[in-house]
Write a protein that binds this ligand. Structure first.
Ligand code: NAD
Length: 335
């Protein structure tokens, strides 16, 4: 079998330090993939004048699997989000964001285990919108949901639930107000749910979901929802397990997958060796599971769990006083 090549985008801000950490750990556990480094975001803009050079897109397409650091989209006219572009270009319709408690974090809960499945290409992130008045005082944006898109993401969520032995799928919506878009999503979610009688189907309005996630998170197992709600809810879920440093995400399409952290480039702590690399390490675990390397994935997970539990060289967000490189070393020593 041909050797797997992984496209690696180190990204901006804290990206390079946390991606280097994840790659060191992958190598330490014996993942002798080819790693093809390409640029995107500010790093690419400085080198090539483009945020997403053609060579980067080609590598993502050719290798199918990408491990990616966060990218900074410059604020200002003319720059559409690089992440939204990538998700659309490669049809990465499912964004799978699991959160799981690790003993030893500063989180308020110790038994969280929730997967948010976020629709990744439609809804409010359609990119359709404009300022409609000459003086710039009026703007509009279009949210687009299709039956096909809704059916694909809800089916994905139920199939994931089935595969992973999950008991319940909650469809999160705002169909009481957004009758056309969220209404269509909910209608399709109900239809798909009926095809999976072995899995409990629930539905909940997004605002109530926020409150319940904070008060009674044990009610949730798999959440499936539209793009914007999924973006917000998954950050909320990250907060339940100790913060953004603990939250990975997989962008899955039919022909390609991009694994990354939920968080951004964290400019406030960039270049200071302060970032918690767990988010991207957990994303690399998702990548290994996707590649059928469950045993290596589990070895990394238990090494990370042990580092956090024992407080050995943990980063500041985890209550420790160490940096990204020390944390990485502590994980590698346990592998
Ligand atoms: P952010 O997610 O980068 O940071 C939010 C807060 O969380 C900051 O205080 C940061 O220090 C902290 N944080 C994030 N990751 C951490 C880690 N691994 N360890 C410890 N603390 C961590 O959000 P932001 O500052 O609003 O966004 C910065 C940039 O990132 C923006 O340009 C945005 O467009 C981009 N962004 C990119 C992605 C992506 O590439 N997938 C996602 C979100 C935001």
């Amino acid at each position: 079998m041909a050797q797997q090549t992984i496209t690696v985008i180190r990204g901006d801000g804290i990206g390079p330090s946390i991606i280097d950490s994840a790659i060191e750990i992958l190598k330490a556990v014996g993942c002798d993939y080819e790693y093809e480094y390409v640029d995107a975001g500010l790093a690419a803009l400085e080198k090539t004048g483009e945020l997403l050079p053609a060579a980067t897109l080609e590598a993502i397409e050719r290798n199918k699997i990408t491990l990616k650091g966060p990218l900074t989209t410059p604020v200002g006219e003319g720059f559409t989000s690089i992440n939204v572009t990538l998700r659309k270009q490669f049809g990465l319709y499912a964004n799978v964001r699991p959160v799981k408690s690790f003993e030893g974090t500063k989180a308020r809960y110790d038994d969280i285990d929730i997967i948010t499945v976020r629709e990744n290409t439609q809804g409010m992130y359609s990119g359709l919108g404009q300022v409609v008045s000459e003086d710039g005082s009026e703007a509009e944006a279009m949210s687009k949901i299709t039956r096909e898109g809704a059916e694909k993401i809800v089916t994905f969520a139920y199939e994931l639930a089935k595969r992973e032995g999950r008991k319940k799928v909650t469809a999160v919506h705002k169909a009481n107000i957004l009758k056309s878009t969220s209404g269509l999503f909910l209608k399709v979610a109900r239809e798909v749910g009926e095809r999976y009688p072995e899995i409990e189907s629930a539905e909940m309005i997004v605002d109530a979901t926020c409150m319940k996630l904070v008060m009674t998170p044990e009610e949730f197992d798999v959440i499936v929802t539209t793009n914007l709600f999924g973006d917000i809810l998954s950050d909320l879920c990250a907060g339940l397990v100790g913060g953004l440093g603990m939250a990975p995400g997989a962008n899955i399409g039919s022909d390609a997958a991009i694994f990354e952290a939920v968080h951004g480039s964290a400019p406030d702590i960039a270049g200071k060796n302060l970032a918690n690399p767990t988010s991207v390490i957990l994303a690399s675990i998702q990548m290994l599971e996707y590649l059928g390397e469950a045993e290596k994935a589990e070895r990394i997970r238990s090494a990370v769990a042990d580092v956090i539990k024992s407080g050995d060289r943990t980063t500041r967000d985890l209550g420790g006083s160490h940096g990204t490189t020390d944390f990485t070393q502590a994980v590698i020593e346990r592998l």
